[in-house]
Write a protein that binds this ligand. Structure first.
Ligand code: BG6
Length: 490
């Protein structure tokens, strides 16, 4: 007798499966990290049989993850891959899926664990959850049952709350794994290690030493072929509600009591609870919304769309550690480069004893956490220029993952997520309360953006770092956006 672990992907003929899920599962297989008797069952309406699905996945591996593709290993992996053609709402497809599961589970005879992955369009999440309830497939007997739900989880607080209710009718919260792939990026996980496995940063990680924090998630890609989807979503829902608020919570959280998932998630959610609520009339002065020139010509975008492809926000966390420290967040598409970075700007020295020209100042220390693509960090401090009396220059102390751990040491986030879901560790997934708190904040901002008089929509040129209004926004506080990791471009 041996245990079976079945991974069932709903929406298996879509992009996510071939670009992310199958490469991640195959890589885990090659590293011998998948359970011994696992099977992967893809399910979708596209008319494949198992053989055709395997061939599609093989071509996808060769196209999207060629460096990870190993022919012999693939043949062993492919033996465990099956496909069920049909809509999960239809009886015949349900019967076929149940039989496919049972065939292996009964042959093995041991515990039957099942991981269901909703890689479908979000409009189908609810019916998939209901279907799991109706079929009893997610009922925990003879093994665990878990359900992974991709983002976006809802499009506002009301829809996210409703989806949570539907999920909780079928599953316990412990069985629900809501994806935010940023949480599983190696550099994001490292925020916990950096802050809580080193003693030198924590004493200065507060309002007494930190002037402000910037989080930048810049993308050079425009919305491309995703126009129809994106136009109904915009940057606030697409990037801020999830990825950026999660980065913020990791930077700002208190030390958790342990590495246990609930302890960590409790601290993350406390940050969101401490965010100063923004009243409608305060939104305009605390945000900038922008759209890149040319967006309206992208396929699928409404003619006079006001959807923001760029946003900058100023947030405050009202607690003992952070009161008075502004957190500036920005993200956009069609920018001059792809970079995700967190900048901690320390306060200036309290007294300057060095001879300086009138008005001359020294630059405060900065810590730049480079999330991607050049993963690492830089610490900026002042150094005396040799052979001068006391001329100073800023220099960097740098750490790069590629130098310290070798090139290719960083796995794709989906490897971590799939492995954790299989192992029952939800630390890097978003809990129901967190999702709803985040939506509450974003709803307020969107409501203010969408009600009359609407705040202006700043048009920016593609291939720049965003609208000049965003520079003016932060300049009004006597500060400037900085891009340390992306080569101090701005
Ligand atoms: C997704 C967004 O969640 O994250 C996309 O829907 C965005 O619009 C992507 O491009 C960015 O992810 P990454 O890992 O490339 O930074």
């Amino acid at each position: 007798m041996s245990d079976t672990t079945s991974i069932v992907i709903f929406g298996a003929s879509g992009d996510l499966t071939k670009r992310k899920l199958v490469p991640a599962l195959f890589s885990l297989f090659c590293k011998d990290r998948l359970p011994e008797d696992f099977q992967l069952i893809g399910m979708a309406r596209t008319d494949y049989d198992s053989e055709a699905f395997r061939n599609q996945m093989k071509s996808a591996m060769q196209e999207f993850a060629p460096a990870k593709f190993i022919e012999d290993e693939w043949d062993r992996f492919a033996e465990k891959v099956h496909y069920v053609c049909g809509d999960f709402g239809e009886e015949h497809a349900r019967v076929e899926l149940r039989e496919r599961l049972r065939a292996t589970e009964e042959a093995n005879g041991g515990r039957a664990n099942r991981l269901f992955y909703l890689a479908t369009p979000p409009s189908v999440y609810e019916s998939a959850l209901v279907g799991l309830g109706e079929t009893g497939l997610a009922q925990q007997d003879r093994g665990w049952r878990r359900v992974v739900i991709e983002k976006p989880f809802g499009r506002d607080l009301a829809s996210a709350h409703h989806l949570n209710e539907v999920a909780h009718q079928v599953l316990d919260e412990e069985q629900v794994y809501r994806i935010d792939h940023y949480l599983a990026k190696e550099t994001v996980q490292n925020l916990l290690v950096f802050r809580f496995a080193n003693s030198i940063f924590e004493p200065v990680w507060n309002r007494l030493y930190i002037d402000h924090v910037q989080i930048t998630v810049a993308e050079s890609v425009d919305v491309g072929h995703r126009g129809r989807f994106y136009d109904g979503v915009g940057v606030m829902r697409d990037m801020f509600q999830n990825h950026i608020l999660q980065l913020l919570s990791l930077v700002a959280m208190e030390p958790p009591a342990s590495f246990n998932s609930n302890d960590i998630r409790n601290e993350r959610v406390k940050v969101l609870r401490s965010l100063r609520p923004m009243r409608k009339r305060e939104v305009a002065e605390n945000s900038v919304r922008g759209q890149y020139r040319g967006y309206l010509d992208d396929p699928g975008v409404a003619e006079e769309s006001k959807t923001a492809t760029y946003a900058a926000l100023r947030l405050f966390i009202d607690n003992w550690r952070w009161t008075g420290v502004p957190f500036y967040l920005r993200s956009g598409k069609a920018l001059a480069g792809k970079t995700t970075e967190i900048l901690i700007q320390f306060r200036s020295v309290p007294h300057l004893m060095f001879p300086m020209e009138p008005g001359e100042q020294i630059r405060p220390n900065q810590l730049e956490l480079c999330i991607q693509p050049d993963e690492g960090m830089h610490l900026r401090f002042e150094a005396k220029v040799p052979d001068t009396n006391a001329t100073m220059r800023s220099v960097d102390m740098e750490f790069h993952y590629a130098d310290a751990f070798g090139p290719g040491a960083i796995p794709d986030a989906y490897e971590r997520l799939l492995l954790d879901a299989l192992n029952g560790d939800p630390s890097l997934f978003t809990r129901a309360d967190t999702i709803e708190l985040a939506w509450g904040l974003i709803d307020n901002i969107l409501a203010a953006w969408e009600s009359d008089p609407q705040p202006p929509l700043a048009i920016y040129e593609p291939n720049t770092w965003g609208p000049k209004e965003a520079d003016e926004f932060i300049a009004a506080d006597g500060r400037a956006w900085e891009l340390g990791c992306a080569g101090r471009r701005s």
